[in-house]
Design a protein around this ligand. Structure first.
Ligand SMILES: [Zn+2]
Ligand SMILES: [Zn+2]
Length: 332
């Protein structure tokens, strides 16, 4: 895919048409088309284990790295581990960490409004799941939206050479297990990981329940939370986006957060931000009108209609508590 350093125009509402980048589509389509080749490789459970392992290791890097760290700064870590997180996440072939996080910040800023890049409510399932990724308009990285991490030259380099990690991962798996490992980790697992990640943009705004009133269609879904290591608690997340945990109650399984807790015990990460009790339980004080709003049906493909009025408090306004030392401004 094409990518450039555009500090001013990327990812901003404009009259630029949604022109598909056909060249960028080729590897994306080819990876899907290659899936049946799995039947040509004599089956071994070992290959399934490799694919599943590659899926969850990289899903952790996407949810903990791309999402909770780079997009939301929900915890702190050192410069070496932030690079490792970015590199590992980029082996998923979902472009650069700074590109991903900048787009995601834009999503929260305009969730399900006209400007939202991937809103299923505004532009439908297919667009939110895959379509927006394949158009030229959203290819450049909007560095102005991710200045706090764009100050690290190694992250900018990685972001602009976003195909290096997938190529390295492919070479390593080939060196260890030959063509079968490279295929099951590099193709089968990567395609599954694409759709697992895209589910956060699409299906978690369509299927599930809503506990908190937000200005978008975000939902909580147990199954998606398993598939995405905790990202399925998307309504919690949209209500308060800067917490390191997205499952806020004991039954809301959040594998990413459990691993982050373990890494905090080991001293690799710190200052995991958590929602306050006031934030978690505020739904108990909702009015009848707010409860009705939660159960209201979502209107999809509403791109021709004006956006709904904002009625809920902004997530940023709700308080958080922090595990460990108090956060320091500017600390990554
Ligand atoms: Zn969302
Ligand atoms: Zn988010």
């Amino acid at each position: 895919m094409l990518i450039g350093v555009d500090m001013t125009t990327a990812n901003t509402p404009s009259n630029q048409p949604h022109e598909i980048n056909l060249v960028a589509c080729i590897p994306f389509i080819a990876w899907h088309a290659m899936l049946p080749l799995a039947f040509l490789i004599p089956f071994k459970w070992e290959y399934v284990a490799v694919a599943v392992g590659a899926y969850f290791v990289r899903m952790f890097a996407i949810t903990a790295g791309y999402h909770r760290y780079f997009a939301h700064r929900a915890f702190k870590t050192n410069r070496v581990f932030q690079f490792i997180l970015a590199f590992l996440a980029q082996t998923s072939a979902q472009k650069g960490a700074l590109w991903w996080a900048a787009n995601h910040r834009h999503h929260h800023r305009y969730s399900d409004q006209e400007e939202d890049i991937h809103s299923p409510a505004r532009k439908g399932f297919f667009w939110s799941h895959i379509g927006w990724i394949l158009v030229k308009k959203y290819e450049p990285t909007n560095y102005s939206a991710i200045k706090d991490f764009a100050k690290y030259p190694e992250l900018v380099w990685l972001n602009e050479h976003f195909m290096v990690p997938p190529m390295v991962a492919l070479a390593v798996t080939y060196a260890i297990g030959g063509l079968p490992w490279a295929f099951w980790a590099g193709v089968v697992s990567t395609v599954a990981l694409w759709h697992g990640t895209f589910t956060i943009n699409s299906l978690t705004h369509i299927f599930g329940s809503r506990r908190y009133v937000t200005t978008d269609t975000s939902r909580n879904n147990f199954f998606f939370a398993l598939l995405t290591m905790g990202e399925g608690w998307h309504n919690n997340h949209h209500f308060h986006q800067n917490t390191a945990n997205q499952g806020w109650f004991w039954w809301e399984i959040d594998a990413t957060f459990y691993i982050l807790k373990a890494l905090a015990w080991l001293g690799v990460v710190s200052d995991l931000r958590l929602p306050s009790e006031q934030t978690k339980y505020c739904y108990l004080k909702y009015t009848d009108a707010q409860r009705a709003q939660l159960s209201a049906e979502t209107k999809f493909n509403a791109w021709r209609t004006p956006p709904p009025p904002k009625t809920a408090p902004t997530p940023e306004a709700t308080p958080v508590i922090t595990l460990g030392a108090a956060p320091q401004p500017g600390q990554a």
